[in-house]
Design a protein. Structure first.
Length: 107
């Protein structure tokens, strides 16, 4: 007979694995969006990577959601600058580039 501790531990590990897999999916989407934003702005995405900068629960359109913020770096003429992407729930909300000609782009 299975013990309750084993069942709860297995369930918790399963939840962690699902959350990790979903996080990888969001990271890939964030990377694609960062590439697109850099291409539109005429700058170069550095290191071809994004990193999770924040994860926070929020209310979005009356329902609880998770806001994920990713950061990346890009170059314009040799100088290193910062960019951020924000997802709410599963949808991209905003992209911000520290760019002299403007920063915010809504996907």
């Amino acid at each position: 007979m299975l013990d309750h501790t084993f069942i709860l531990t297995t369930f918790a590990i399963g939840l962690i694995l699902v959350a990790w897999a979903r996080g990888l999916g969001f990271r890939e989407r964030a990377l694609a969006l960062a590439r697109q934003a850099c291409q539109r702005a005429g700058v170069q995405l550095l290191d071809e990577s994004v990193s999770l900068a924040g994860l926070r629960p929020v209310w979005h359109r009356g329902v609880p959601a998770i806001r994920r913020t990713y950061q990346f770096e890009f170059s314009r003429g040799g100088d290193r600058r910062a960019g951020f992407l924000r997802f709410v729930g599963g949808r991209p909300e905003a992209v911000w580039l520290d760019h002299p000609e403007g920063g915010l782009w809504n996907p």
